[in-house]
Design a protein around this ligand. Structure first.
Ligand code: ADP
Length: 629
């Protein structure tokens, strides 16, 4: 029995034809360079002109080589043409092709010319030709292997997707915490990739595309990798912006190339990050870049339609702007499934912290639930960053383990930015910042603010804060009452009220407080129907869905001028009332306010325990003075 040898793939030619063109061009370039440089250095003259100069005695000196004679001609009127280019006193350089001339040496001798002969250089050809050509070739190869600009023509239409083979994906569902619903939505995809027959036998059609929607840092990329890792399939990862170039048609070619590669590796997963970079609604913008983007999107739609539902290629895409996506992308048969990833809740945060703390030495005083409680609004990426910052701090402090204090400091760094020790405040400014922060803290403490005060500091942090009062909620709150909003506003205005009370004047330090307080009050009246003038009228609509930013939405006015004026009037009155309430409260507790500010000036940072100590000491002093004790 004979067996045919297995068909072998033809190896790629190492030196394809096109590169010979490169060689020819390189040789021509070297020749051109040499003729230009030679011509530039010496004037080439005919042999008879050389002989004439020799007989006239105007040759100064020369060197005789195997095929040419080079030298200098003394300047005089008759050689004026040459003189024009004369560089210095040496005369004018010249070069001529050497002919068979037995009398040459005698004539040079007679004319008294200083001459010398140069023996032929055996390496001449190497220096003159082979080395430059070799260098040019090495340069071309280097560019090709680096994928540099010289290679772009060949690789323009190739997709830039990073391909991770199944064995190299170390992430699975256990590494993604706090998003159980998203994981269970994607479990079906994993099952399909692992055993497609189970689905096809029942005639089930698995979604071709799944859109992961959520604010930055909520684990969209991580989850996509985990799906590939869990299913043990190759992972193609690319960002939407990597498709788009300046040239129309390149993005579409890249999309085609990506799907071709993926189909060859099926079952596999394609992940397109920032889908909105190519998937924006068509026909709303104009220009060359937009044409290119629209063509790329069209090609993506074609590819999504072009492969069978159960072909084994699944497209996952991530975006934080689902509102701007073209509707064609979201219709059934394309991205017909959306998985929402939001900032995690308390238990989610704790689970994420547990994942990131695993494998790191934690001291016995660390309570991850307490850390989770202190980090509302943190995304998975923020929490991962917090644990990492704590580890860095512990290492800097030469600890063997990460302690609770390291974690507390790391949270502060993530919330308020790094300490800015270089920002030097004058004593007067420092005192004012201490009054301001003590004011915030005291109003929050006495007005039963929903978020208890944890720390006050007058160490400048981040870009703008000269000091800060750290408040974290006891538990997750999904609703806020009117009185809670007003209490928050009072807390925000406490800083300015304290400045006025203790310093007798106000400063620009309250700008951010005023901005936030005004936004809260305006929303309270115009969005939540809690005002008395416009009643239940909903007067603003969100700028974009809340996925865009983890901190919230912007609002666009959606009411008449008269209503807006009424809202502003009521907002201004409510702000003034809240300010008066904060001022009254601080006046009633002025002794505590001064004590807090004094201590803050001395130690720069006060934690809750110390704040309580100071407040009770001040209360006792006050009671003794008033004779109540
Ligand atoms: P996105 O793609 O949504 O911007 P990433 O997936 O890039 O966010 O998340 C960045 C990092 O944050 C991840 O590498 C991981 O360390 C951490 N992270 C985010 N979400 C989670 C989560 N749910 N569980 C564990 N770690 C997470």
């Amino acid at each position: 029995m004979t067996t045919n040898p297995p068909q072998q793939k033809r190896p790629r030619r190492i030196f394809p034809f096109r590169r010979w063109w490169a060689l020819l061009i390189a040789i021509w370039a070297v020749w051109l360079m040499q003729s230009v440089t030679n011509g530039a250095a010496d004037r080439v003259i005919p042999y008879n002109e050389f002989k004439q100069h020799l007989s006239e005695g105007s040759i100064q000196r020369c060197t005789i080589e195997e095929g040419r004679i080079r030298g200098w001609i003394r300047g005089d009127e008759e050689t004026s043409a040459i003189e024009e280019s004369s560089a210095d006193d040496q005369g004018t350089p010249f070069e001529t092709v050497r002919l068979e001339d037995p009398d040459l040496v005698r004539e040079l001798q007679d004319a008294g010319v200083e001459y010398r002969a140069i023996p032929p250089d055996p390496w001449g050809a190497l220096w003159v030709w082979i080395l430059p050509v070799g260098l040019i070739f090495a340069w071309i190869f280097l560019l090709r292997s680096m994928g540099g600009p010289g290679t772009q023509a060949a690789t323009f239409g190739k997709s830039k997707a990073r391909i991770v083979p199944e064995k190299s994906i170390s992430v699975n569902f256990n590494d993604v915490a706090g998003c159980e619903e998203a994981k269970s939505d994607l479990k079906e995809i994993v099952d399909f990739l692992q055993s497609p027959k189970r689905f096809t036998a029942l005639g089930a059609r698995i979604p071709k595309g799944v859109l992961l929607v959520g604010p930055p840092g909520t684990g969209k990329t991580l989850l996509a990798r985990a799906v590939a890792g869990q299913a043990s399939v190759p992972f193609f990862s690319i960002s939407g912006s990597e498709f788009v170039e300046m040239f129309v048609g390149v993005g579409a070619a890249r999309v085609r190339d990506l799907f071709e590669k993926a189909k060859a590796k099926a079952p596999c997963l394609i992940f397109v990050d920032e889908l909105d970079a190519i998937g924006r609604q068509r026909g709303v913008q104009f220009g060359a870049v937009n044409d290119e983007r629209e063509q790329t999107l069209n090609q993506l739609l074609v590819e999504l339609d072009g492969f069978e539902a159960n072909s084994g290629v699944i497209l996952l895409a991530a975006t934080n702007r689902p509102d701007v996506l073209d509707r064609a992308l979201l219709r059934p048969g394309r991205f017909d499934r959306q998985v929402i990833l939001d900032t995690p809740d308390l238990s989610g945060r704790e689970a994420i912290l547990v994942v990131h703390a695993a494998g790191k030495p934690m001291a016995s005083d660390v309570d991850l639930q307490r850390v989770a409680r202190a980090t509302p609004g943190f995304t998975g990426a923020d929490l991962a960053n917090t644990i990492n910052e704590a580890a860095l701090l512990a290492a800097r402090r030469s600890h063997q383990e990460i302690s609770a204090a390291d974690l507390d400091d790391a949270i502060e760094k993530v919330v308020a930015g790094p300490e800015r020790k270089s920002r030097r405040l004058s004593e007067r400014e420092k005192r004012r910042v201490a009054y301001h922060e003590a004011g915030h803290a005291l109003v929050a403490i006495h007005s039963k603010h929903p978020d208890p005060v944890r720390k006050i500091s007058i160490v400048p942090r981040g870009k703008a804060a000269l000091g800060y009062t750290l408040q974290t909620p006891e538990s997750e709150a999904f609703l806020q009452t009117r009185s809670e909003i007003l209490t928050r506003v009072q807390g925000l205005l406490g800083g300015r009220a304290a400045e006025e009370l203790l310093a007798g004047d106000v400063s620009t330090g309250a700008q951010n407080d005023l901005e936030r307080a005004t936004a809260l009050i305006r929303q309270m009246i115009g969005v939540h129907g809690m005002g008395s003038r416009v009643g239940l009228l909903h007067c603003a609509r969100p700028d974009h869905p809340r996925y865009l930013t983890p901190t919230g939405v912007g609002w666009t006015r959606d009411c008449s001028e008269a209503t807006a004026r009424a809202i502003d009037q009521e907002a201004s009155e409510l702000l003034q009332e809240a300010y008066e309430a904060a001022r009254e409260l601080l006046t009633a507790h002025q002794e505590e306010l001064e004590a807090l500010a004094r201590d803050l000036l001395e130690t720069e940072t006060l934690d809750r325990e110390r704040i309580d100590e100071i407040l009770s000491a001040a209360t006792n002093r006050g009671s003794v003075r008033d004779g109540i004790c």
